[in-house]
Design a protein around this ligand. Structure first.
Ligand SMILES: [Ca+2]
Length: 453
């Protein structure tokens, strides 16, 4: 069965189980997924940072499973979000989804016929809420409320001023469901307030709460930094924010990270207040890696830990991200070294909601439950990234990259996490084997994408 047939069969199956279950279906766990934006692999205390104070996220990690080899599907915002929502490689929806959606009015969002995790959870009896950054469509009909979320509040574009909620084109960008609903406040705090309000209103039934924070994407503005953008002006050339000392972005980023950490603490406190802690899986991750020194003249930005590269690249710094799974009483504290990816969350969340595995066969991602519940290894598999003319495959300890028109780069990540020692010349067999797998994957996803071009 080809891919398009499989996805439409899946839609039919979802329709068949689409009768909402009664609210008394209390045994199903709540799921809270908090997604940071552009957070570097080394930006959190629990991932080795000694400057940023992140006690709430560190506490989640200390009591749960902390992955060290977790990857975003893309090294940019929109690609990872498309993969998260669909459980599929974003490339299956066309090459547009391998980079950030532009926001142009002729740049449609995620196809409405895609089956999203929010639609799956809703069909399984969950109330679904998204509070944060969408970046999968800028206007109707490509809105979260048409993609399975009962409630949406936040921004549709890729970034906005944290104080005025104005996007880089000068548009007011703060929405409640399908309408502009501007609010006073700091973006991270506003999203936190609405997320906890959602918990309060729905604490007596299973809920799927997705909090895709804007933090810590630029403009780099901590809570005490000034507003930067006003509606009606264009900020395309100065989208980064106002940093008095461009050589040192870090203090601003630290303030943003600590505000994000505070948000996690407030959401956890809300779960505790309603006695939901032992029936709720909380997952924290990032949509891609952070920044090193940037071409706009900014320096000392994210902490990438030992990794090479940054956001937008297929080196580890672009896509190896923090990932923490916390569920007190159900998940034991451990560090997990299995290789996993954002799109694995789709089948994982769906299976926790008792969705039949037969309805999930179309997914590219894998169910991670046995990994974080029972510390079991995942089946061997290859994982792929492609953005523009750069692409990479990971299989076991090896990673093969093609950066633009340059020749192959082969790294042994077990021995060389920093991707500094290119083994392509000394191991041509591995290069040939992985190139063959990568080529087959490209043919597969490009064939799927024809339905959307
Ligand atoms: Ca991002």
């Amino acid at each position: 069965m080809n891919f398009v047939c499989r996805i439409f069969l899946s839609v039919l199956l979802l329709s068949a189980v689409g009768v909402r279950l009664p609210a008394a279906e209390g045994s199903k766990p709540n799921i809270v997924f908090i997604l940071a934006d552009d957070l570097g692999y080394g930006d959190l205390g629990c991932y080795g940072n000694t400057e940023n104070k992140t006690p709430h996220i560190d506490r989640l990690a200390a009591g749960g499973v902390r992955f060290t080899d977790f990857h975003s599907n893309g090294p940019m915002c929109s690609p990872t979000r498309a993969a998260l929502l669909t459980g599929l490689y974003q490339s299956r929806f066309g090459r547009r989804f391998e980079s950030a959606l532009s926001g142009a009015r002729n740049d449609p969002g995620l196809p409405l016929e895609a089956v999203t995790i929010a639609e799956v959870m809703r069909a399984a009896g969950y109330v679904t809420g998204c509070f944060g950054k969408w970046h999968l469509g800028y206007e109707a009909p490509y809105l979260p409320t048409n993609q399975g979320f009962d409630e949406f509040l936040g921004l549709l574009s890729g970034d906005g001023d944290y104080h005025t909620q104005v996007d880089r084109s000068g548009n007011q960008d703060w929405w409640k469901d399908d309408a502009i609903a501007m609010e006073e406040g700091y973006t991270t705090d506003l999203l936190t307030t609405h997320a906890t309000d959602f918990i309060e209103r729905h604490h007596d039934r299973p809920f799927f709460l997705h909090v895709p924070h804007l933090a810590v994407h630029f403009p780099w503005q901590g809570p005490d930094d000034p507003a930067h953008r006003k509606a009606g002006n264009s900020y395309m050339k100065d989208k980064w924010g106002v940093i008095p000392d461009r050589s040192n972005v870090r203090p601003h980023l630290t303030a943003m990270i600590e505000s994000l950490d505070k948000s996690v603490g407030v959401i956890i406190a809300a779960l505790e207040e309603y006695g939901l802690t032992e029936n709720t899986l909380v997952v924290f991750s990032s949509d891609n890696g952070g920044y090193l020194d940037y071409a706009g003249g900014f320096k000392n930005i994210s902490d990438m830990g030992p990794l090479r590269g940054e956001k937008g690249q297929v080196y580890e710094g672009g896509h190896r991200v923090p990932a923490i799974f916390s569920w007190p009483g159900k998940i034991s504290a451990s560090v997990c070294r299995e290789t996993a990816m954002t799109f694995d969350l789709f089948p994982t969340f769906a299976r926790l909601a008792d969705v039949d595995s037969a309805n999930l066969n179309h997914c590219d991602g894998a169910d991670l439950r046995a990994t974080f519940f029972d510390s079991k290894p995942l089946d061997s598999r290859s994982l792929f990234w492609r953005m523009g003319s750069s692409k990479a495959i990971r299989h076991g300890r090896h990673k093969l990259c093609f950066i633009g028109k340059k020749g192959p780069e082969l790294y042994d990540l077990d021995a060389d996490l920093g991707e500094s020692n290119n083994l392509a010349d000394s191991n041509p067999d591995a290069v040939a084997r992985l190139t063959k797998l990568l080529t087959a994957w490209e043919m597969d996803v490009d064939a799927s994408a024809k339905a959307y071009e």
